[in-house]
Design a protein around this ligand. Structure first.
Ligand SMILES: Cc1cc2nc3c(=O)[nH]c(=O)nc-3n(C[C@H](O)[C@H](O)[C@H](O)COP(=O)(O)OP(=O)(O)OC[C@H]3O[C@@H](n4cnc5c(N)ncnc54)[C@H](O)[C@@H]3O)c2cc1C
Length: 379
């Protein structure tokens, strides 16, 4: 088949881009090796979707499954005795965002796709780039020809490799264990994060008396925790988290390596990158997919503007405008997360003192608090 643009990877970011472009009449083929997998019990792979990203998605016609969205209105950040509370009301917003399982948000975006999007469940096996555009040969034998290919196939992007786009980055020493738990009652709409010298600990309230614990530590500790049975893990969490969490029952747990990656170019040889295919970030502030949505917010209007004017929307100048809009911001966010990672995962007394001063300082300074909050909420 022949179409304008082919997107490899229909995760939250690739599907949002397909939606934004197809709504304005661009021909889009969206390839994913699997449909969103919705499980009966709470999946610990959840994301904090910022208010800014939510408004964008709703503007594209995405209907969020309200019964699975837990709004959060406050963010409590603690280090030792220092505590800073960020409230939605500080910036005149009703909420800072919602927590939702990744698969449920992906499904909601898929459901909003117009029929003009050709959704293909397959895996690409071959990629070719020539003067007329690109072609992808899929494992079902189908060949998709398009002007441009978008790599939205996640951190291990196959298409990025086919285009010969290199990466800079490194692995963090910490790993993150996500634990979906049942709680005794509904936790308040506050997300709580405590920094410790071995890594942050956080909980994210979820709907129906549930929560997800995010527990960062060195890889050996996290691997050992992951091997525990549900009751032993609940017991270990009780020892590591404050008493306000109450009694918990473990539903499911899984751990994730933490890697910072940044593509050396956002496009080359007929492939442009969005989302985790272009950049991954330390998840300690829950910004990863929100950066991907910002990529979409920057790229879609650039493509659509040139498309509507009959100009070559696949040209180097459009790519350069996209990269100018997004690279500095993604880099800044990666660096800010690294500063938190390095500054907080440390027991040096001088740094501990500085951290306390910084947290107390932000807590007392309303304009500074508002600035941090607006940035985090994407407003
Ligand atoms: C521990 C942890 C916690 C996190 N918490 C948050 C958070 O709170 N907030 C936040 O904003 N972000 C968070 N993130 C980051 C977030 O999960 C990612 O940024 C987000 O999933 C990226 O979305 P994506 O669509 O770019 O890629 P992905 O979600 O990886 O989607 C890629 C899609 O491509 C498909 N695919 C892959 N390869 C192929 C192929 N060869 N052919 C066809 N299809 C293919 C996959 O099936 C998938 O559907 C967290 C990450 C981690 C590790």
């Amino acid at each position: 088949m022949k179409t304008d643009l082919v997107i490899n990877g229909g995760g939250m970011v690739g599907a949002a881009l397909a939606l934004a472009l197809a709504r304005q009449g661009m021909g889009v083929a969206l390839i994913d090796k699997q449909p969103p997998h919705i499980s009966d019990s709470l999946d610990p792979r959840v994301s904090a979707i910022s208010e800014g990203a939510l408004r964008y998605l709703q503007g594209l016609g995405v209907e969020l499954p309200q019964g699975h969205c837990q709004p959060y209105r406050q963010l409590d950040v603690a280090d030792g005795k220092a505590l800073c509370q960020f409230r939605a009301s500080d910036i005149g917003a009703e909420q800072l965002g919602v927590f939702i399982e990744n698969s449920r948000l992906q499904q909601a975006i898929w459901q909003a796709l117009p029929e003009t999007v050709t959704l293909i469940q397959a895996q690409a096996r071959q990629f070719q780039h020539g003067e007329d555009g690109v072609s992808l040969t899929l494992d079902n034998g189908q060949v998709i020809a398009a002007r441009l290919a978008i790599g939205a196939d996640g951190a291990q992007s196959w298409l990025r490799g086919q285009a010969g786009i290199g990466l800079t980055g490194w692995d963090y020493r910490q790993r993150c264990l996500l634990v979906a738990v049942k709680t005794q009652g509904q936790l308040p709409d506050i997300t709580w994060q405590q920094f410790t010298p071995t890594g942050p600990r956080a909980w994210l309230p979820m709907v129906d008396n549930q929560a997800v614990l995010a527990w960062y530590d060195d890889a050996a500790t996290i691997k050992a925790l992951e091997k525990l049975g549900p009751q032993e893990l609940a017991q270990a969490a009780k020892g590591a988290y404050p008493a306000q969490l109450g009694d918990i029952e473990v539903i499911k747990a899984g751990s994730f390596a933490l890697t910072r990656r940044h593509a050396q170019r956002y496009g080359q040889n007929g492939v442009w990158l969005v989302g985790d295919a272009a950049h991954t970030i330390n998840p300690l502030a829950g910004q990863g997919v929100n950066l991907g949505f910002r990529d979409v917010q920057a790229l879609a209007p650039l493509l659509l503007d040139a498309f509507a004017k009959g100009q070559p929307w696949w040209s180097e100048s459009v790519l350069a405008a996209y990269e100018r809009a997004r690279r500095p911001h993604n880099l800044l966010m990666q660096s800010m997360m690294d500063a938190c990672y390095k500054g907080f995962s440390n027991s040096h007394p001088l740094l501990a003192g500085l951290r306390g001063l910084a947290i107390n300082g932000v807590a007392k300074l309303a304009p500074a608090r508002r600035q941090v909050l607006k940035y985090a909420a994407g407003l």
